[in-house]
Write a new protein. Sequence first.
Length: 258
Amino acid sequence: QYSPDNVAGADGDVDPTEITFPGCSCLTSSCVVSVCSCLSHGENYNSLCLRPTEKEEEYARPVFECNAMCQCGESCQNRVVQRGLQFRLEVFKTERKGWGLRTLEFIAKGRFVCEYAGEVLSFNEARRRIQAQTSKDSNYIIAVREHLHSGRIMETFVDPTYIGNIGRFLNHSCEPNLFMVPVRVDSMVPKLALFAAADISAGEELSYDYSGRFHNLPITNREHKSLDEDNRLRKPCYCGSRTCASFLPWDSSLFSTP
């Protein structure tokens, strides 16, 4: 079932449509940093493009867009992901990777491309679904972990297997042309937004790194050890990039018993 936005999962634990953020009180058509409460972490976008992280910034900035409670207009430059798909994309059959997604038009670096939308699940429901899968089943469940300044970790689980958008057709690549950023609009439940990592030509397949890394940053020894143990369970990677890691990324936490 097609849905452009996240929906509450069957367990009903998380409602991504709930509006819990207060809005800004800007009365201008487009919000500015020094005044807008939604932009307290700095400007998010510049001419529809995600502002790149500064070299000296050690961590990614959280992205909060203006929301349904804000006084500013629909044309506010801090409303990008919420506007949805702006490019013509096409689902197509790849040679070795099943279905894939490609763009039919040029996409400039930094532009928002699409969301990875589906049912938003609790950890327990995500783990139950993962453990019910057989080796023949495709796994679409994504686990996103955000590390907060307090040391806490926020987890978001999205499953577009039964209800979702075109994001479910994106393949993994060890050298992807998209990267994922959690973007918050109406509540703390993020939209998993995919932005162009470089200029993308018409006809090019769209991909991101399922591990959340970008351009295969080196992995730690501890990760290596657990990956070696898990290799027998992992699926081969057919991305064809120069830095291909041979296997698709793997997260064992959802497979473990409590």
